[in-house]
Design a protein around this ligand. Structure first.
Ligand code: ZN
Length: 260
């Protein structure tokens, strides 16, 4: 059992089954999580596993917080809180590619950029999940005008604080392995910037639809069992595409600061 990939398969199976049972992941999401677990534990054992596990556990739990209050927004979002393979790969794909790349080119930057990618998706998830519970005002990141809670690109103080908290959690989760305050600072900045880019892309280029039956605005291609009418954005820019961009931004910001 000394082969880390074999051990990764054991842990991955455990996580996949547990996440499926707890309704954190769909069957396809659990299968994707298993593959990511084998690769990441196999490549970097606990040093690489602890940060992504921090993201996964805390984000999954937060999705369940205030579920009743959030239910009023469910018709808006493309995806539910039970994550599928597309969401798992959108949140963990860039991080996993960096982990795999680090086998060929073992460099410090791969690890810190990996943390940047995870900080961005964590800041985004925490900001969205807790921002939805905000009671204060919500401002559009694009127009700087007040918008209703749950609006794509809406930013609240609560969401911003939660986003910074999420990025800090990731910076801390890997701290013993890079042990540098300046790097920790940039990981948090990268996370927050990544979540801003996510909000901007979500507002400006993500496909938007209006239900032809109930008239509600939504990210979903179908609503009330009917194909919805596209009102803006590009058809191929789904929520998953926006999340890929978010994590890539986080990774690139940290990478840029290490070569400065
Ligand atoms: Zn509808």
């Amino acid at each position: 059992m000394s082969d880390p990939f074999l051990l990764g398969a054991v842990y991955g199976l455990l996580i996949a089954v547990l996440s499926y049972k707890l309704r954190f992941l769909t069957a396809s999401g659990a299968a994707a999580a298993f593959i990511l677990a084998v690769l990441i534990y196999g490549v970097g054992e606990w040093q690489w596993t602890v940060p992504i596990l921090t993201f996964f556990v805390l984000s999954s739990l937060l999705s369940k917080v205030g579920k009743r209050r959030k239910a009023s927004f469910e018709h808006v979002f493309e995806k539910s809180d039970v994550r599928d393979a597309g969401q798992v790969l959108a949140n963990g794909g860039v991080a996993t590619l960096l982990a795999v790349a680090s086998i060929t080119f073992p460099q410090y930057e791969f690890y810190t950029s990996y943390l940047g990618a995870l900080a961005a998706v964590t800041a985004d998830t925490w900001g969205t999940e807790l921002g939805l519970l905000a009671r204060g005002s919500v401002t559009s990141i694009v127009t700087c005008r007040p918008v209703p809670p749950g609006t794509s690109g809406g930013v609240s103080t609560e969401g911003l604080v939660a986003g910074v908290g999420g990025a800090m959690a990731i910076a801390l989760s890997g701290y013993v392995w890079y042990a540098d305050v300046r790097t920790a600072f940039w990981i948090v900045v990268a996370g927050v910037l990544g979540s801003f880019v996510d909000s901007l892309a979500g507002t400006l280029v993500q496909a938007r639809y209006r239900c032809v039956m109930c008239g509600k605005l939504t990210e979903r291609r179908t609503h009330c069992s009917e194909v919805a009418e596209q009102t803006g954005g590009h058809g191929w820019v789904t929520n998953d595409v926006v999340n890929w961009v978010c994590s890539l931004t986080g990774a690139l910001v940290v990478w840029a600061t290490t070569i400065m």
